[in-house]
Design a protein around this ligand. Structure first.
Ligand SMILES: C[S@@+](CC[C@H](N)C(=O)[O-])C[C@H]1O[C@@H](n2cnc3c(N)ncnc32)[C@H](O)[C@@H]1O
Length: 291
């Protein structure tokens, strides 16, 4: 890599970055990647080992750097998720390890994390059901002062990433379990202050982009015929685990705007049921307080 202000020598193995970036963005756009220019820049920055903001200072790249960049662009054009190519996903202040076998955390889930952080008092007991990479659990550990965070995940492949990401947070306990089990975390019954869950919630048969269909595990995405097959038992378990006054937040599909708040009301053990929208105005998560 040569910085523009360092007066690069004109070696024949060097290529100007700007046209390579433009060509990459065109390739990705033609392949149907929505964020083509941003993805091209992030891949270039990754290959060069710099932050995306520093790309402006780069004039030329070496031949081996260009080849590596073009290989990654081609894989992205095949709709391999950007985060799988980078090996990490940004989530709030965290860089989480991701790859085959684990769900890539989404920006919209940062809203549920923020809600959970706001409701976590110092010393609180927090439970994250369907933890995946640990995005919600680890954001709470990172940005609030919980006493204990329990991250529950069933998939052995996802647990590899969860344990790796959680290693930097000694206050986070990772538990392998099925969140629909009626006796889940029995030792914490009536003692949990905040319970968060981003479950699989897409109704079976809903068309999804290639990045999701081919790379997110199906068990992380689809929640049965109506998308509520995990949410229903989680609501019952939340009522059993939360202390009186404790709070629950559950992410859901756009189509569940009324359904999840209704399920929380119908349970009969919650008050203050609130439906929340994401930054695009779509119904995204529901919250409630244990009566
Ligand atoms: C949509 S992903 C969410 C991951 C993470 N919480 C996030 O927000 O990025 C759902 C996760 O739930 C896990 N999962 C699905 N069904 C489960 C079950 N019955 N018990 C435990 N985990 C489950 C999947 O393996 C996947 O990691």
């Amino acid at each position: 890599m040569t910085l523009a202000h360092e007066h690069p020598s004109e070696g024949t193995d060097r290529t100007r970055l700007a046209p390579a970036l433009a060509a990459a963005a065109n390739r990705l756009s033609a392949a149907g990647v929505a964020s083509a220019r941003v993805d091209a820049e992030l891949l270039a920055a990754y290959v060069l080992g710099i932050g995306r903001g520093r790309l402006l200072l780069v004039d030329t790249v070496r031949g081996d750097e260009l080849r590596r960049f073009e290989e990654l662009v081609e894989r992205r054009a095949q709709r391999v998720p950007l985060q799988h190519l980078l090996g990490t996903a940004a989530f709030r202040h965290l860089e989480l390890a991701v790859g085959d076998g684990v769900f890539v955390p989404r920006p919209e889930t940062e809203l549920l994390a923020g809600w959970g952080i706001e409701h976590t008092r110092p010393g609180a007991t927090v439970v994250d059901l369907c933890s995946g990479t640990g995005a919600l659990a680890l954001s709470i550990a990172d940005e609030a002062e919980p006493g204990l965070v329990v991250a529950v995940e069933r998939s052995p492949e996802a647990l590899v990433y969860l344990r790796r990401n959680a290693a930097a947070f000694p206050g986070v306990r990772v538990v392998q379990a099925d969140v629909t089990a009626p006796d889940l975390l029995g030792e914490l019954a009536g003692r949990v202050d905040v319970l968060l869950c981003n479950p699989p919630y897409v109704p079976e048969g809903t068309p999804v982009p290639p990045e999701v269909a081919d790379h997110d595990p199906a068990e992380a995405v689809f929640g049965g015929a109506d998308g509520l097959s995990v949410i229903r038992p989680v609501i019952g378990r939340a009522a059993a685990l939360l202390r009186p006054g404790g709070v629950v937040g559950i992410e859901h599909d756009d189509v569940h705007g009324p359904a999840v708040p209704d399920l929380l009301r119908q349970d009969g053990r919650f008050t203050d049921v609130v439906a929340h929208r994401d930054l695009a105005g779509r119904p995204r998560f529901a919250t409630a307080r244990r009566a």
